[in-house]
Design a protein around this ligand. Structure first.
Ligand SMILES: Nc1ncnc2c1ncn2[C@@H]1O[C@H](COP(=O)(O)OP(=O)(O)OP(=O)(O)O)[C@@H](O)[C@H]1O
Ligand SMILES: [Mg+2]
Length: 355
């Protein structure tokens, strides 16, 4: 099957006074129709640059593509002009950012902001566009959409604003929706509601989603597959089950261990991953995580590991997966997290409509 999106060997750098920041260093992944891929990783790992690259929203300069292809429906977006991208952004690929106000115009009624997206990308009458705007607000769970459609962004709460942004992003029925930390700016209860909405939408519409977060905790519920990023590279990629129940990379172990407990009582101590990510103006030779890994071997400081294949869907960039490497098990803290997840997220039996 042809993938909806296929990112191949992507490398992006920024030219700065401090030197060349190698933000993305050879990234490969794909997204299929209707699936949700989560990208997780610490701050600075390259999640936003990856998503902005797909929309071609990287400021150039200082940024530039060093290598790679971004195949969307088989067509490479990298060489596309700004004009060509304008008909793809919003229409083919929608995007939701962390702060809803970056996407909303405070001086324009939300209904009009939605109908503008429709007018831009399709031929539609004023009445039909208005009707669609009301439908979209209703789809994203905004109560009294007929009234709300005539209100301004400041009349909405933060969570409701993010729903409006999601409605706008979905207006032109994009094939791919990119959500970059869509809930980080919201409080915990509202976060959960927006995540619930994304899950519902994913079932209702056929849009593929790239969901970016630094919070592994939200991923199990939302995503089909997970890509773990570290220092501008994907270090582990797999299905949710593979990442949560069979994680192989010590960095993924670190992320799992540093997650707050699911039934947390506020007393639990979190295990942060010791150390900090490398300086991307001068990335280390070998495995970029070696300096922080208690399992680092001599080769980790000399040679970059390849992606080792664990299954058709599960790949890990660590020398620990080499057949000659010593067998290491995840630490006890990670194993207990894995068990905890199993108890909480054993997937409920999916009942199809009409059954
Ligand atoms: N315009 C820019 N100029 C120089 N460096 C940049 C620029 N934009 C991003 N970078 C660098 O690229 C790297 C990746 O940044 P990115 O924003 O993708 O991280 P992230 O994973 O999204 O982090 P966060 O969780 O904090 O959002 C960082 O080292 C960052 O400093
Ligand atoms: Mg980011």
């Amino acid at each position: 099957m042809k993938h909806l999106l296929e990112v191949k060997d992507l490398a992006i750098s920024f030219k700065t006074y401090a030197g060349e920041v190698q933000a993305i260093r050879g990234v490969n992944f794909h997204v299929d129709k209707g699936e949700t891929l989560a990208i997780v990783g610490e701050s600075g790992s390259g999640k936003s640059v990856t998503s902005q690259a797909i929309m071609k929203l990287i400021p150039m300069p200082p940024g530039y593509f060093k290598s790679g292809q971004i195949l969307f429906n088989g067509q490479d977006l990298v060489p596309k002009s700004e004009k060509e991208m304008q008909s793809i952004r919003g229409k083919e690929i929608g995007m939701i950012f962390q702060d809803p106000m970056t996407s909303l115009n405070p001086t324009m009624k939300v209904g009009r902001q939605i109908t503008e997206v429709l007018f831009k990308h399709e031929t539609i009458s004023k009445e039909d566009a208005h009707k669609r705007a009301v439908e979209l607000l209703s789809l994203v769970g905004i109560p009294m959409p007929e009234r709300r459609v005539n209100q301004y962004p400041h009349e909405f709460s933060g969570g409701m604003r993010q729903r409006v942004v999601i409605a706008m992003a979905l207006a032109a029925n994009p094939k791919l929706l990119i959500a970059d930390e869509p809930t980080t700016a919201l409080d915990v209860t509202i976060q959960a509601q927006i995540l619930e909405l994304m899950k519902e939408l994913q079932k209702k519409i056929e849009t593929s989603i790239i969901f970016i977060t630094h919070d592994l905790g939200v991923v199990a519920n939302v995503a089909d597959r997970v890509a773990v990023m570290y220092a501008g590279q994907i270090v582990e990629i797999g299905t949710v089950d593979e990442i949560f129940y069979n994680p192989k990379h010590p960095y993924t172990w670190g992320l799992l261990a540093s997650m707050p407990s699911l039934d947390h009582n506020g007393e639990e101590e979190l295990m942060a991953i010791p150390g900090s990510p490398p300086d991307l103006t001068n990335p280390p030779k070998g495995d970029a995580f070696a300096l922080r890994s208690p399992y680092a071997m001599k080769i980790d400081f000399e040679q970059e590991p390849p992606m080792f294949k664990i299954s058709d869907t599960h790949y890990v960039k660590s020398w620990l997966l080499h057949p000659d490497a010593p067998k290491v098990e995840p630490p006890a803290a990670v194993k207990s997290k894995m068990r905890e997840f199993k108890d909480h997220y054993e997937k409920p039996v999916q009942v199809k409509e009409g059954e």
